[in-house]
Design a protein around this ligand. Structure first.
Ligand SMILES: [Zn+2]
Ligand SMILES: [Zn+2]
Length: 132
């Protein structure tokens, strides 16, 4: 019972960090945030809880090609754009196309549960910073 309680507390700490950081953080950034307040929480614990929280739908894992995973406190479907220069991930402000999933399942008989769409580009900050 003791272990179970500790696990619950650690999971809450990790979940709160994702919400507090608020910007599609990588596991490395989330770990840095957590360990500032809770130095006793290990990196493995943070990674394990991120995995479990995303599997249970509390947070969203954003796998990005050629980069680390990012975690999003928003748990509803939306699109992202990743900056090619700094690697940060931003939300894209456009409606989620649910009908894409219907089209695919109709034509191929596959049961589709969702999809990831990550645009790539250069963020305003990196555009302004021309030296890079
Ligand atoms: Zn950038
Ligand atoms: Zn997002």
């Amino acid at each position: 019972m003791k272990i179970r309680k500790r696990n619950t507390i650690q999971r809450r700490i990790v979940e709160e960090a994702v919400v507090a950081i608020h910007s599609h953080a990588t596991p490395e950034e989330i770990y840095a945030y957590v360990s500032a307040d809770h130095p006793n929480v290990s990196k493995a614990t943070v990674y394990r809880n991120l995995k479990e929280l995303s599997e249970s739908g509390k947070i969203t894992r954003i796998p990005t090609p050629n980069g680390a995973d990012h975690y999003d406190h928003k748990n509803y479907p939306h699109y992202h754009v990743r900056c090619e220069k700094c690697g940060k991930v931003f939300d894209v402000d456009m409606p989620y196309m649910y009908h894409l999933v219907d089209n695919i399942s109709n034509k191929h008989g596959f049961k589709i549960n969702g999809y990831d769409l990550v645009f790539s580009g250069v963020c305003p900050e990196c555009q302004a910073n021309k030296i890079v």
